[in-house]
Design a protein around this ligand. Sequence first.
Ligand code: F6P
Length: 373
Amino acid sequence: MVKKVGIITAGGDCPGLNAVIRGIVKTAEYANVETYGFLEGYKGLLENRYIKLDSGVTSDIISKGGTILGSNNKTNTFAIPVENDLGEIEYVDKSTEIVERLKKDNYDCLIVIGGDGSLKSARDYTRRGIPVIGVPKTIDNDVPNTDTTFGFYTAVEIATEAIDRIKTTAESHGRVLVLEVMGRYAGWIALAAGIAGGADTILIPEIPYDLNAIVNKIKQRKEKRGKNYSVIIVAEGAKPIGGDISIKSTVGDSPDSIRLGGAGEYVAKEIEKLTGKEARNTTLGYIQRGGNTGPYDRILSTELGSMAMQLAIEEKFNEMVTLLNGKITHVSLDEVAGKDTEIGAKSSNIKRVDLNGDLVQTARRIGICLGDN
Ligand code: F6P
């Protein structure tokens, strides 16, 4: 029987994390299961820093963004950088000592709330003999085997509001205004918010763009509708045909060392050169990840958290809870994490925008420029 469960919120924070924690803890209390939250994601697991959770601790957190446990998108416990005697950095696998400690401390299961990298580590802990359940988290919506991740629709709501606001100033000044949004190597936020906000052009990583297609769109708006302004949404991972993604920085000890940034600034600069019109970029950044959680994500997070604990109670491990075809259910973590057999491998298995899917087809049918037409 499951009596003690550890919880981790890992990777970049995301609206809905607290609602998931609350859903887990409340469900656990009714079943007399103890819950402990490791602090700052896998870092807290490595350093054995945790707090005891109960419905007092999780009271009134359903609306609050971020995570009461803290998070961290750097620590890969399968490859921790350690300085050796020669002063060189060596990468050491700390997972075996963590597993031994978890077993000694009588943990029956770990619930990992994370994106693709964190869920891959979760799957690797099951291979080391720790029963794990995953919960798909990210504003990027790029986790496979789920209709949507929690946090995505809150981010889309924030990005849509930003487009509404940018549009009125673009119109007043007759400018081209570019909005760069997050999403890493998937264009879900850009595409959904771009459609919701009525953008003229949406650039996503899945469709390398031709600057001339964007210039034509700007000209057409002027010629056909007399509109002297344009709004362009650029996913941070978008790149020109034959060009590269825009990298802001690299982080040495992170499972995904690349931090994207600059794609919107590049598009604004090039469009200004090609059209002679004033173009400005706004990067939405962390605003789209912070603040209160929207009602849809509060509900989805509560359902996923509660189902995660239900699976633990039923001892259905090595699964990820998911929303599939509108139903809360579960799929194997092996399917989600990809086929690689090497424990701690850096490969990722993300869900990118389907070019034949409804969003892309709708955008094309209503005349949004996707950079290739
Ligand atoms: O994966 C979530 C996300 O917010 C991405 O959209 C973004 O590229 C990345 O995290 C930013 O990471 P960091 O928090 O390290 O700046």
